[in-house]
Design a protein around this ligand. Structure first.
Ligand SMILES: [Zn+2]
Length: 398
């Protein structure tokens, strides 16, 4: 399968993997956080070892872009480690492992959160929805923003897990709607500090600078973790340019790489990136990258803890090797979710018809974006891969 992928990619595999939070106590964190964002420090370390054993050279995003553009010839297959969102867990638990093993990585920062106590909308909503479930609370929809029913209905009726409902909802509604719902739900639940999650804190700038001094790279991920395909052009430009300039000013580096929030992009967003000094944009489309491919639609494989749990519920080296070799993609067991979206935001209505890219349309490429939406880790082998239930559209955010 590796050989097949290699020939399909133009001679070398260029695998870009994405993580969010690396935690010391996975089981404990699972009780209160979006499962698909979590991986334990130990499993993360094993992933790096497994990638190395599978024949990958662990390298930087710039190196991968150079190989894809034909500016450099790679002696081995390439694997790039990326983190989205700048969670402090990454500084605490991934950074020491990476440094010790000499593995480069890039972290994409939503800069309006860095150095603040703010929590992401997806983490806040997840937390509120769990409180509603725990309290068996019945929301009064009259005093909530209209789209609330679309989010809460399927959860309270048991049709969807909290993670799955969030996946679907965040991809369809602009940031403003999310914050309006958060505010209204908090008010309805009576306020109080326990309505804001303790977990999900992000790095401060000193932590970012420390990692940068050790050679770790940083890319932009908007200001406010904004899904740009749902926003007008002036917002797209501000979110991209100000996040780039803020990192450059705070860290003293040049920022040339970007990660699309929710994994969603459009021609308009790529135009803004390419005309403002960026060299790459990463998606969450789980396809193989190809030599000669577009650096602004880099494909990524989103990984979390359960993608490595075997039959017994313990870590499985073979299953992890399958993930890195993309066995499930090659076998067509994944369902593709393209990240390219029409950019329609005027009038306050975002239209999210699926735009099927060439790569996605090809029947020879059954790879999907797998995203964890199960609330509880599946106990058996690759249940998350095999079950439609566990495969959801969004990878980048919950
Ligand atoms: Zn993100």
């Amino acid at each position: 399968m590796a050989a097949y992928r290699r020939s399909q990619s133009g001679g070398r595999r260029i695998l870009i993997v994405s993580y969010h939070r690396v935690v010391s106590d996975f089981t404990g964190e699972l009780q209160r956080s979006i499962p698909g964002l979590l991986i334990s420090q130990e499993t993360f370390r094993r992933h790096l070892e497994e990638a190395h054993a599978a024949g990958f050279e662990l390298t930087s995003i710039g190196d991968a872009v150079d190989v894809m553009a034909g500016r450099r010839v790679a002696k081995k297959d390439l694997c790039v480690i990326t983190f989205d969102d700048g969670y402090r867990d990454v500084y605490r638990y991934a950074y020491p492992v990476l440094k010790q093993m000499g593995v480069p990585a890039i972290t994409y920062l939503p800069t309006a959160f860095i150095g603040t106590e703010k929590r992401f909308n997806h983490d806040r909503l997840f937390h509120l929805l769990r409180r509603i479930q725990e309290r068996r609370y019945r929301p009064v929809y009259d005093t909530l923003p209209a789209p609330s029913l679309e989010l809460l209905g399927p959860i309270l009726s048991g049709q969807k897990t909290v993670s799955a409902a969030l996946d679907d909802f965040i991809g369809d509604h602009p940031a403003r709607t999310l914050t309006d719902i958060i505010d209204a739900l908090e008010k309805q639940l009576g306020g109080g500090e326990d309505l804001v999650p303790e977990q999900g804190d992000v790095m401060n700038w000193e932590e970012v600078r420390r990692m940068a001094r050790d050679g770790f790279e940083f890319g932009a991920h908007t200001l406010g973790h904004t899904v740009l395909t749902l926003e007008p052009t002036e917002v797209v430009e501000r979110e991209i340019l100000e996040s780039k300039h803020t990192i450059e000013r705070e860290v003293g580096i040049t920022v040339r790489d970007f990660a699309y929030c929710n994994g969603w992009y459009s021609d308009e967003i790529i135009r803004v990136l390419s005309s403002n000094g960026f060299r790459s944009g990463v998606t969450t489309e789980d396809f193989p990258n190809r030599i000669g491919g577009d650096p602004f639609t880099l494909k990524r494989k989103v990984l979390w803890e359960n993608f490595s749990l075997g039959m017994t519920g313990d870590y499985s080296s073979s299953l992890t090797a399958c993930q890195f070799d993309d066995c499930f993609g090659v076998l067509g067991m994944n369902h593709p979710v393209p990240g390219k979206r029409p950019h329609i935001t005027r009038g306050g209505t975002a239209v999210n018809e699926l735009v099927v890219s060439e790569a996605v349309a090809s029947p020879a490429e059954p790879n999907p974006v797998i995203v964890p939406s199960a609330e509880v880790p599946a106990p058996a082998v690759a249940a998350n891969v095999l079950s439609d239930e566990a495969v959801s559209t969004v990878k980048e955010v919950p």
